[in-house]
Design a protein around this ligand. Structure first.
Ligand SMILES: Cc1cc2nc3c(=O)[nH]c(=O)nc-3n(C[C@H](O)[C@H](O)[C@H](O)COP(=O)(O)O)c2cc1C
Length: 403
Protein backbone atom coordinates (compact mmCIF):
# COMPACT_ATOMS: atom_id res chain seq x y z
CA UNK A 1 0.00 0.00 0.00
CA UNK A 2 1.47 3.36 -0.99
CA UNK A 3 1.03 6.42 1.18
CA UNK A 4 2.39 9.93 1.54
CA UNK A 5 2.27 12.82 3.94
CA UNK A 6 3.12 16.43 3.24
CA UNK A 7 4.43 19.08 5.64
CA UNK A 8 5.21 22.73 5.23
CA UNK A 9 3.73 26.21 5.46
CA UNK A 10 3.26 28.46 2.46
CA UNK A 11 5.97 30.91 3.55
CA UNK A 12 7.92 28.51 5.74
CA UNK A 13 11.34 27.23 4.90
CA UNK A 14 10.21 24.36 2.68
CA UNK A 15 7.63 21.80 1.71
CA UNK A 16 8.41 18.21 2.50
CA UNK A 17 6.81 14.94 1.53
CA UNK A 18 7.56 11.34 2.41
CA UNK A 19 6.38 8.84 -0.17
CA UNK A 20 6.29 5.22 0.82
CA UNK A 21 5.47 1.86 -0.71
CA UNK A 22 6.77 2.00 -4.28
CA UNK A 23 8.73 -1.04 -5.45
CA UNK A 24 12.49 -0.92 -5.83
CA UNK A 25 14.20 -0.39 -9.20
CA UNK A 26 11.79 2.17 -10.61
CA UNK A 27 13.92 4.52 -12.73
CA UNK A 28 13.29 8.13 -11.69
CA UNK A 29 15.37 11.27 -11.21
CA UNK A 30 15.03 14.82 -9.89
CA UNK A 31 14.85 16.27 -13.40
CA UNK A 32 11.64 14.35 -14.07
CA UNK A 33 10.04 15.59 -10.83
CA UNK A 34 11.21 19.16 -11.51
CA UNK A 35 9.67 19.06 -14.97
CA UNK A 36 6.21 18.43 -13.48
CA UNK A 37 6.75 20.89 -10.62
CA UNK A 38 7.43 23.57 -13.19
CA UNK A 39 4.23 22.72 -15.06
CA UNK A 40 2.29 23.42 -11.83
CA UNK A 41 3.71 26.92 -11.69
CA UNK A 42 2.65 28.02 -15.14
CA UNK A 43 -0.56 29.63 -16.37
CA UNK A 44 -1.75 33.11 -17.19
CA UNK A 45 -3.41 34.79 -14.21
CA UNK A 46 -1.02 33.64 -11.48
CA UNK A 47 0.44 36.00 -8.89
CA UNK A 48 3.98 37.39 -8.75
CA UNK A 49 4.82 34.55 -6.30
CA UNK A 50 5.28 32.21 -9.24
CA UNK A 51 8.12 34.43 -10.45
CA UNK A 52 9.84 34.18 -7.06
CA UNK A 53 9.52 30.42 -6.76
CA UNK A 54 11.10 28.08 -9.23
CA UNK A 55 10.48 24.77 -7.58
CA UNK A 56 13.36 22.33 -7.48
CA UNK A 57 13.13 19.08 -5.58
CA UNK A 58 15.92 17.84 -3.36
CA UNK A 59 15.65 14.09 -3.00
CA UNK A 60 16.80 13.29 0.53
CA UNK A 61 16.33 9.52 0.50
CA UNK A 62 14.86 6.53 -1.28
CA UNK A 63 16.49 6.97 -4.70
CA UNK A 64 20.04 5.86 -5.56
CA UNK A 65 21.71 6.22 -8.95
CA UNK A 66 18.41 7.02 -10.59
CA UNK A 67 16.39 4.10 -9.19
CA UNK A 68 14.06 3.70 -6.22
CA UNK A 69 15.35 1.60 -3.34
CA UNK A 70 11.93 0.59 -2.04
CA UNK A 71 12.63 2.70 1.05
CA UNK A 72 10.70 5.89 1.94
CA UNK A 73 11.39 8.61 -0.61
CA UNK A 74 11.71 12.00 1.03
CA UNK A 75 11.35 15.05 -1.14
CA UNK A 76 12.23 18.58 -0.05
CA UNK A 77 11.15 21.70 -1.97
CA UNK A 78 12.59 24.97 -0.75
CA UNK A 79 10.32 28.02 -0.54
CA UNK A 80 12.43 30.77 -2.09
CA UNK A 81 9.98 33.36 -0.74
CA UNK A 82 10.88 32.31 2.82
CA UNK A 83 13.79 34.74 2.64
CA UNK A 84 11.21 37.58 2.57
CA UNK A 85 9.08 36.06 5.33
CA UNK A 86 11.60 34.88 7.91
CA UNK A 87 10.53 37.45 10.50
CA UNK A 88 6.88 36.48 10.09
CA UNK A 89 7.56 32.75 10.12
CA UNK A 90 10.06 32.39 12.99
CA UNK A 91 10.06 28.94 14.58
CA UNK A 92 11.22 30.02 18.04
CA UNK A 93 9.50 32.47 20.37
CA UNK A 94 10.58 36.08 19.79
CA UNK A 95 10.46 39.18 22.00
CA UNK A 96 8.22 40.90 19.46
CA UNK A 97 5.80 39.27 17.04
CA UNK A 98 4.66 40.54 13.62
CA UNK A 99 1.33 42.29 13.26
CA UNK A 100 -1.53 39.80 13.52
CA UNK A 101 -3.95 39.16 10.69
CA UNK A 102 -7.44 39.70 12.12
CA UNK A 103 -9.67 40.10 9.05
CA UNK A 104 -10.87 36.80 7.52
CA UNK A 105 -11.45 36.51 3.77
CA UNK A 106 -14.80 34.97 2.78
CA UNK A 107 -14.25 31.70 0.91
CA UNK A 108 -10.82 31.01 2.37
CA UNK A 109 -9.87 28.91 5.39
CA UNK A 110 -9.28 32.01 7.54
CA UNK A 111 -12.38 32.10 9.77
CA UNK A 112 -12.90 28.35 10.11
CA UNK A 113 -9.19 27.90 10.82
CA UNK A 114 -9.00 30.40 13.68
CA UNK A 115 -12.30 29.17 15.12
CA UNK A 116 -11.32 25.52 15.08
CA UNK A 117 -7.69 25.79 16.23
CA UNK A 118 -8.21 28.72 18.58
CA UNK A 119 -5.58 30.88 16.87
CA UNK A 120 -5.37 34.61 17.56
CA UNK A 121 -3.68 35.25 14.22
CA UNK A 122 -5.24 34.29 10.90
CA UNK A 123 -1.70 33.90 9.50
CA UNK A 124 -1.64 30.49 11.23
CA UNK A 125 -4.63 29.38 9.11
CA UNK A 126 -3.43 30.94 5.89
CA UNK A 127 -0.07 29.27 5.91
CA UNK A 128 -1.10 25.63 5.88
CA UNK A 129 -4.39 25.99 3.99
CA UNK A 130 -2.61 27.69 1.09
CA UNK A 131 -2.37 25.79 -2.18
CA UNK A 132 1.40 26.14 -2.01
CA UNK A 133 1.15 22.71 -0.34
CA UNK A 134 0.11 21.23 -3.67
CA UNK A 135 3.73 21.51 -4.85
CA UNK A 136 4.51 18.68 -2.41
CA UNK A 137 1.52 16.73 -3.68
CA UNK A 138 2.69 17.11 -7.26
CA UNK A 139 6.12 15.85 -6.24
CA UNK A 140 4.59 12.76 -4.59
CA UNK A 141 2.20 12.20 -7.49
CA UNK A 142 5.05 12.44 -9.95
CA UNK A 143 6.62 9.32 -8.44
CA UNK A 144 3.25 7.61 -9.02
CA UNK A 145 3.11 8.94 -12.57
CA UNK A 146 6.57 7.58 -13.34
CA UNK A 147 5.56 4.20 -11.95
CA UNK A 148 2.42 4.10 -14.12
CA UNK A 149 4.35 5.12 -17.25
CA UNK A 150 6.31 1.90 -16.97
CA UNK A 151 3.03 0.04 -17.56
CA UNK A 152 1.87 2.30 -20.38
CA UNK A 153 -0.59 4.27 -18.24
CA UNK A 154 -0.32 7.91 -19.30
CA UNK A 155 -2.03 10.85 -17.66
CA UNK A 156 -2.91 14.26 -18.98
CA UNK A 157 -5.29 17.16 -18.53
CA UNK A 158 -6.63 20.25 -20.20
CA UNK A 159 -8.61 23.26 -19.12
CA UNK A 160 -12.18 23.15 -20.39
CA UNK A 161 -13.34 26.60 -19.30
CA UNK A 162 -12.28 29.66 -17.36
CA UNK A 163 -14.75 32.35 -16.31
CA UNK A 164 -17.50 30.57 -18.26
CA UNK A 165 -15.62 30.71 -21.58
CA UNK A 166 -15.74 27.36 -23.38
CA UNK A 167 -14.43 26.25 -26.76
CA UNK A 168 -16.94 25.91 -29.58
CA UNK A 169 -15.74 22.30 -29.75
CA UNK A 170 -16.95 20.06 -26.95
CA UNK A 171 -13.75 18.12 -26.26
CA UNK A 172 -15.13 16.33 -23.22
CA UNK A 173 -18.07 15.05 -25.26
CA UNK A 174 -15.63 13.77 -27.87
CA UNK A 175 -13.84 11.82 -25.15
CA UNK A 176 -17.16 10.44 -23.91
CA UNK A 177 -17.83 9.28 -27.46
CA UNK A 178 -14.54 7.39 -27.23
CA UNK A 179 -12.83 9.64 -29.76
CA UNK A 180 -9.12 10.23 -29.41
CA UNK A 181 -7.91 13.79 -28.88
CA UNK A 182 -4.38 14.82 -29.92
CA UNK A 183 -3.28 11.26 -30.62
CA UNK A 184 -3.95 8.29 -28.47
CA UNK A 185 -2.44 9.00 -25.06
CA UNK A 186 -3.53 11.09 -22.09
CA UNK A 187 -0.09 12.67 -21.94
CA UNK A 188 -0.27 13.90 -25.55
CA UNK A 189 -3.34 15.91 -24.55
CA UNK A 190 -1.26 17.57 -21.86
CA UNK A 191 1.56 18.28 -24.29
CA UNK A 192 -0.92 20.17 -26.46
CA UNK A 193 -2.51 21.94 -23.49
CA UNK A 194 0.88 22.97 -22.12
CA UNK A 195 1.47 24.97 -25.30
CA UNK A 196 -1.36 27.30 -24.27
CA UNK A 197 -0.82 29.82 -21.46
CA UNK A 198 -4.21 28.82 -20.03
CA UNK A 199 -3.87 25.11 -20.95
CA UNK A 200 -6.80 25.00 -23.39
CA UNK A 201 -6.83 23.01 -26.63
CA UNK A 202 -8.45 25.72 -28.75
CA UNK A 203 -6.38 28.85 -29.66
CA UNK A 204 -9.52 30.97 -30.25
CA UNK A 205 -10.76 30.10 -26.76
CA UNK A 206 -7.33 30.93 -25.30
CA UNK A 207 -7.49 34.46 -26.62
CA UNK A 208 -10.99 35.02 -25.24
CA UNK A 209 -9.96 33.68 -21.84
CA UNK A 210 -6.88 35.91 -21.62
CA UNK A 211 -9.01 38.94 -22.51
CA UNK A 212 -11.48 37.97 -19.81
CA UNK A 213 -8.77 37.51 -17.18
CA UNK A 214 -7.46 41.00 -18.01
CA UNK A 215 -10.91 42.50 -17.49
CA UNK A 216 -11.44 40.52 -14.29
CA UNK A 217 -8.09 41.72 -12.95
CA UNK A 218 -8.99 45.34 -13.68
CA UNK A 219 -12.22 44.86 -11.76
CA UNK A 220 -10.32 43.45 -8.79
CA UNK A 221 -12.16 40.17 -9.13
CA UNK A 222 -11.25 36.49 -9.71
CA UNK A 223 -12.55 33.57 -11.80
CA UNK A 224 -12.73 29.79 -11.62
CA UNK A 225 -13.27 27.19 -14.28
CA UNK A 226 -13.39 23.52 -15.16
CA UNK A 227 -10.79 21.03 -16.30
CA UNK A 228 -10.57 17.47 -17.54
CA UNK A 229 -8.15 14.81 -16.34
CA UNK A 230 -7.63 11.68 -18.39
CA UNK A 231 -5.67 8.45 -17.95
CA UNK A 232 -5.10 6.14 -20.90
CA UNK A 233 -3.75 2.60 -20.92
CA UNK A 234 -5.42 1.73 -17.62
CA UNK A 235 -5.99 -2.04 -17.47
CA UNK A 236 -9.33 -3.54 -16.59
CA UNK A 237 -9.56 -4.49 -12.93
CA UNK A 238 -8.33 -1.60 -10.76
CA UNK A 239 -10.63 -0.88 -7.81
CA UNK A 240 -13.38 -3.07 -6.41
CA UNK A 241 -17.10 -3.22 -5.66
CA UNK A 242 -16.51 -5.55 -2.72
CA UNK A 243 -16.37 -2.70 -0.20
CA UNK A 244 -17.51 0.93 -0.53
CA UNK A 245 -14.13 2.41 0.19
CA UNK A 246 -12.39 0.40 -2.51
CA UNK A 247 -14.46 1.80 -5.37
CA UNK A 248 -12.16 3.47 -7.86
CA UNK A 249 -14.44 6.40 -8.71
CA UNK A 250 -15.08 7.07 -5.03
CA UNK A 251 -11.40 7.37 -4.33
CA UNK A 252 -10.76 9.51 -7.41
CA UNK A 253 -13.54 11.89 -6.37
CA UNK A 254 -12.19 12.09 -2.82
CA UNK A 255 -8.68 12.89 -3.97
CA UNK A 256 -9.83 15.44 -6.58
CA UNK A 257 -12.05 17.18 -4.02
CA UNK A 258 -9.05 17.40 -1.69
CA UNK A 259 -7.36 19.83 -4.10
CA UNK A 260 -7.80 23.40 -2.85
CA UNK A 261 -10.81 25.17 -4.37
CA UNK A 262 -12.12 22.11 -6.27
CA UNK A 263 -15.85 22.04 -5.58
CA UNK A 264 -17.24 19.56 -8.10
CA UNK A 265 -16.12 16.31 -9.69
CA UNK A 266 -17.79 14.06 -12.22
CA UNK A 267 -16.66 10.76 -13.69
CA UNK A 268 -17.53 10.23 -17.35
CA UNK A 269 -20.87 11.75 -18.30
CA UNK A 270 -21.74 12.15 -14.58
CA UNK A 271 -24.24 15.01 -14.34
CA UNK A 272 -25.50 14.97 -17.92
CA UNK A 273 -26.26 11.23 -17.61
CA UNK A 274 -28.92 12.13 -15.05
CA UNK A 275 -30.92 13.74 -17.88
CA UNK A 276 -30.46 11.08 -20.57
CA UNK A 277 -32.00 7.72 -21.46
CA UNK A 278 -30.21 4.52 -20.49
CA UNK A 279 -29.87 3.70 -24.17
CA UNK A 280 -27.92 6.94 -24.65
CA UNK A 281 -25.69 6.52 -21.61
CA UNK A 282 -24.51 2.93 -21.31
CA UNK A 283 -21.47 1.96 -23.32
CA UNK A 284 -22.27 -0.97 -25.61
CA UNK A 285 -19.84 -3.86 -25.40
CA UNK A 286 -17.91 -4.95 -28.49
CA UNK A 287 -14.98 -7.27 -29.18
CA UNK A 288 -11.62 -5.92 -30.30
CA UNK A 289 -8.18 -7.43 -30.85
CA UNK A 290 -7.29 -7.11 -27.15
CA UNK A 291 -10.56 -8.43 -25.78
CA UNK A 292 -13.50 -6.21 -24.92
CA UNK A 293 -14.08 -2.64 -25.88
CA UNK A 294 -16.95 -0.14 -25.94
CA UNK A 295 -18.67 1.98 -28.52
CA UNK A 296 -18.61 4.98 -26.18
CA UNK A 297 -17.06 5.91 -22.85
CA UNK A 298 -19.82 7.64 -20.90
CA UNK A 299 -18.82 5.62 -17.84
CA UNK A 300 -15.46 7.39 -17.92
CA UNK A 301 -13.64 4.05 -17.82
CA UNK A 302 -15.16 2.82 -14.56
CA UNK A 303 -18.11 0.49 -13.93
CA UNK A 304 -19.02 -0.96 -10.55
CA UNK A 305 -16.04 0.75 -8.96
CA UNK A 306 -13.63 -1.09 -11.29
CA UNK A 307 -11.67 0.21 -14.27
CA UNK A 308 -13.05 -1.31 -17.48
CA UNK A 309 -10.01 -0.80 -19.70
CA UNK A 310 -11.18 2.44 -21.33
CA UNK A 311 -9.61 5.83 -20.58
CA UNK A 312 -10.48 7.20 -17.14
CA UNK A 313 -12.27 10.53 -17.66
CA UNK A 314 -12.72 12.99 -14.82
CA UNK A 315 -14.09 16.52 -15.03
CA UNK A 316 -13.66 18.91 -12.10
CA UNK A 317 -14.82 22.40 -11.21
CA UNK A 318 -12.64 24.97 -9.47
CA UNK A 319 -14.30 27.90 -7.69
CA UNK A 320 -12.96 31.46 -8.16
CA UNK A 321 -9.98 32.44 -5.99
CA UNK A 322 -11.28 33.90 -2.73
CA UNK A 323 -8.73 36.69 -2.26
CA UNK A 324 -10.22 39.63 -4.15
CA UNK A 325 -8.47 42.94 -4.79
CA UNK A 326 -11.94 44.53 -4.61
CA UNK A 327 -12.80 43.22 -1.17
CA UNK A 328 -16.00 41.59 0.08
CA UNK A 329 -17.71 42.29 3.37
CA UNK A 330 -16.33 40.64 6.48
CA UNK A 331 -15.60 41.27 10.17
CA UNK A 332 -12.44 42.43 11.95
CA UNK A 333 -12.16 39.82 14.68
CA UNK A 334 -10.06 42.06 16.93
CA UNK A 335 -12.80 44.72 17.07
CA UNK A 336 -15.83 42.65 16.05
CA UNK A 337 -16.70 45.34 13.54
CA UNK A 338 -17.93 45.15 9.97
CA UNK A 339 -15.03 45.87 7.54
CA UNK A 340 -13.91 45.16 3.98
CA UNK A 341 -11.86 42.05 3.49
CA UNK A 342 -8.08 42.36 3.29
CA UNK A 343 -6.04 41.70 0.18
CA UNK A 344 -3.00 39.46 0.15
CA UNK A 345 -0.94 38.90 -3.01
CA UNK A 346 -3.00 36.43 -4.96
CA UNK A 347 -3.82 34.68 -8.22
CA UNK A 348 -6.66 35.94 -10.45
CA UNK A 349 -7.20 32.37 -11.57
CA UNK A 350 -5.30 29.14 -11.03
CA UNK A 351 -7.34 26.70 -13.12
CA UNK A 352 -4.38 25.78 -15.39
CA UNK A 353 -2.26 24.90 -12.35
CA UNK A 354 -5.14 23.05 -10.76
CA UNK A 355 -5.42 20.85 -13.85
CA UNK A 356 -1.72 19.96 -13.56
CA UNK A 357 -2.20 19.13 -9.87
CA UNK A 358 -5.13 16.88 -10.82
CA UNK A 359 -2.81 14.79 -12.99
CA UNK A 360 -0.64 13.94 -9.99
CA UNK A 361 -3.78 13.31 -7.97
CA UNK A 362 -5.19 10.85 -10.48
CA UNK A 363 -1.77 9.22 -10.86
CA UNK A 364 -1.62 8.62 -7.13
CA UNK A 365 -5.00 6.87 -6.96
CA UNK A 366 -4.29 4.71 -10.00
CA UNK A 367 -0.81 3.73 -8.76
CA UNK A 368 -2.31 2.78 -5.42
CA UNK A 369 -4.92 0.51 -6.99
CA UNK A 370 -2.42 -0.86 -9.48
CA UNK A 371 -0.18 -1.98 -6.61
CA UNK A 372 -3.13 -3.35 -4.65
CA UNK A 373 -3.96 -5.53 -7.65
CA UNK A 374 -0.51 -6.50 -8.91
CA UNK A 375 1.71 -6.05 -5.83
CA UNK A 376 5.45 -6.69 -5.89
CA UNK A 377 8.47 -5.43 -3.99
CA UNK A 378 10.57 -4.76 -7.08
CA UNK A 379 9.59 -3.40 -10.47
CA UNK A 380 10.58 -6.75 -11.96
CA UNK A 381 8.13 -8.61 -9.73
CA UNK A 382 5.30 -6.11 -10.35
CA UNK A 383 5.94 -6.31 -14.10
CA UNK A 384 5.80 -10.13 -14.05
CA UNK A 385 2.51 -10.05 -12.15
CA UNK A 386 1.04 -7.49 -14.53
CA UNK A 387 2.17 -9.35 -17.64
CA UNK A 388 0.79 -12.65 -16.42
CA UNK A 389 -2.59 -11.02 -15.74
CA UNK A 390 -2.82 -9.31 -19.13
CA UNK A 391 -1.40 -12.25 -21.09
CA UNK A 392 -3.90 -14.75 -19.76
CA UNK A 393 -6.81 -12.37 -19.43
CA UNK A 394 -9.00 -13.50 -22.35
CA UNK A 395 -7.95 -17.16 -22.06
CA UNK A 396 -9.02 -17.16 -18.43
CA UNK A 397 -12.43 -15.73 -19.26
CA UNK A 398 -13.02 -18.19 -22.14
CA UNK A 399 -11.97 -21.12 -20.04
CA UNK A 400 -14.17 -20.07 -17.16
CA UNK A 401 -17.28 -19.82 -19.32
CA UNK A 402 -16.64 -23.12 -21.11
CA UNK A 403 -16.61 -25.08 -17.88
C1 LIG B 1 -3.04 26.12 -7.74
C2 LIG B 1 -3.89 26.89 -6.78
C3 LIG B 1 -3.58 28.21 -6.50
C4 LIG B 1 -4.37 28.95 -5.63
N1 LIG B 1 -4.04 30.26 -5.40
C5 LIG B 1 -4.78 30.98 -4.56
C6 LIG B 1 -4.48 32.35 -4.30
O1 LIG B 1 -3.52 32.90 -4.86
N2 LIG B 1 -5.28 33.03 -3.45
C7 LIG B 1 -6.35 32.46 -2.83
O2 LIG B 1 -7.03 33.12 -2.07
N3 LIG B 1 -6.67 31.17 -3.05
C8 LIG B 1 -5.92 30.41 -3.88
N4 LIG B 1 -6.24 29.10 -4.10
C9 LIG B 1 -7.43 28.54 -3.46
C10 LIG B 1 -7.25 28.34 -1.97
O3 LIG B 1 -6.11 27.57 -1.68
C11 LIG B 1 -8.50 27.70 -1.36
O4 LIG B 1 -9.63 28.36 -1.79
C12 LIG B 1 -8.42 27.72 0.14
O5 LIG B 1 -7.40 26.85 0.57
C13 LIG B 1 -9.73 27.29 0.83
O6 LIG B 1 -10.04 25.98 0.52
P1 LIG B 1 -11.34 25.57 -0.30
O7 LIG B 1 -11.51 26.57 -1.39
O8 LIG B 1 -11.01 24.21 -0.84
O9 LIG B 1 -12.49 25.57 0.63
C14 LIG B 1 -5.47 28.34 -4.99
C15 LIG B 1 -5.79 27.01 -5.28
C16 LIG B 1 -5.01 26.28 -6.17
C17 LIG B 1 -5.36 24.86 -6.47
Amino acid sequence: MIRYLTAGESHGKALVTIVEGFPSNLPIDSEYINFHLKRRQLGYGRSIRMKIESDQVQVQSGIRFGKTLGSPISLFIENKDWANWQDTMMVDKQSSEPEKVTIPRPGHADLVGVSKYNFNDIRNSIERSSARETAARVAAGTVARKFLEHFGILIGSFVESIGGIYSSQDYYKQLLQNKKLSGSSGWKISVKADKSSVRVLDPAQEKKIIDKIKIVKKRGDTVGGSFVTIATGVPMGLGSFMQFDRKLEAEIAFHMMSINAVKGVEIGSGFSSAEEFGSEVHDEIIMDKNGFSRKSNNAGGIEGGISNGLPILVRSAMKPISTLAKPLQTIDLSKMKKVSSRYERSDITAVPACAVISESTLAWVLAKHFLIKFGGDSMEETTDNFKSFTKNFMTRIHKGFKQ
